[in-house]
Design a protein around this ligand. Sequence first.
Ligand code: HEC
Ligand code: HEC
Ligand code: HEC
Length: 140
Amino acid sequence: MYKPTKIIIALVIFLAIVTFPIWSSIGSDSVSPDVEISLDTPAINALGDDASCIYDTDYMRANHMKVLSEWKVEVVRNGNRMIVTEDGREYLASLENTCFECHSNYEDFCLKCHEYSNVDPSCWECHLEPVTDSNVSEEV
Ligand code: HEC
Ligand code: HEC
Ligand code: HEC
């Protein structure tokens, strides 16, 4: 005779094992902290000690693509170019003029982390990457 409790316990263990790859990745960074990105840009340095991103760093690390696509929807669909954060800071919703104003070192920031994480956003057929010394020759 099978005992229902035994079946349930077996089922729970089985599900835990099968779904391990899914729940073990929840909450963990997709990016290892050992990729070295640089925040050394004129605009960020000018902000001094309390330089911060649009949202807090952990949120930006995990969700910057979401922020960008929300901005895109605001601009393209709703014609709204001003983004106001909950604490009242205003930003122009622009990849080139806002993100790259601060993160003007595309190669040592965005690109470095994307190469490390093996992502290749296809934005640059239409949007301009910041021109740095080493990619200026490709910008013809
Ligand atoms: C096929 C061309 C194309 C591609 C590819 C593309 N975009 Fe855009 N994007 C546009 C156009 C056109 C606008 C509207 C420009 C405007 O009205 O200022 C826009 C607007 C935006 C905006 C808001 C305004 C601005 O100037 O930043 C954001 C943010 C944005 N796109 C992000 C992205 C991101 C991130 C990617 C890559 C994942 C991407 N786009 C890929 C064409 C493109
Ligand atoms: C006002 C300047 C400023 C603007 C605008 C800005 N950032 Fe940032 N960003 C920063 C600073 C400063 C940090 C680091 C904050 C820290 O380490 O505490 C940062 C951190 C980040 C991080 C996390 C880096 C890490 O440590 O993992 C990402 C990703 C990021 N920004 C992407 C963006 C994107 C995408 C945009 C545009 C949607 C943007 N930022 C706009 C200043 C800015
Ligand atoms: C700390 C690492 C890190 C930094 C810094 C970073 N990214 Fe990313 N980015 C990622 C990762 C990881 C992904 C893929 C995430 C995913 O697929 O869930 C990603 C995805 C994206 C995507 C979506 C790509 C797609 O094809 O869906 C865009 C757009 C993007 N990043 C733009 C930027 C821009 C612009 C900057 C610099 C201002 C930047 N990122 C800086 C790690 C980073």
